[in-house]
Design a protein around this ligand. Structure first.
Ligand code: ZN
Ligand code: ZN
Length: 83
């Protein structure tokens, strides 16, 4: 859903279905966005905080889906066997 949703652009006011950044000439970048992000790898999608944010979003999405289908995970909180 997020990956193909056109995102309204702050610069030109036009929704962009791909990377929302622009080239130096002012044209749309047009590169495919990185997963869970609004820009391509050339426009900051590869920066550590961007990757962390995307991973967190995807993790939350996955967790939500897992909870929806299985309910609360049982037996996850095992006590560590410490001597
Ligand atoms: Zn734009
Ligand atoms: Zn780009």
């Amino acid at each position: 859903m997020w990956d193909d949703d056109p995102i309204p652009c702050d610069k030109c006011g036009t929704p962009h279905a791909r990377c929302t950044a622009h080239t130096r000439r002012g044209a749309h970048c047009g590169q495919p966005r990185m997963a869970g992000q609004r820009v391509c790898r050339l426009h900051g999608g590869k920066s550590p905080q961007a990757l962390a944010g995307a991973e967190r979003r995807q993790g939350e999405e996955r967790a939500r889906r897992a909870l929806g289908s299985f309910g609360a995970p049982a037996g996850v909180s095992r006590t560590p066997g410490r001597c």
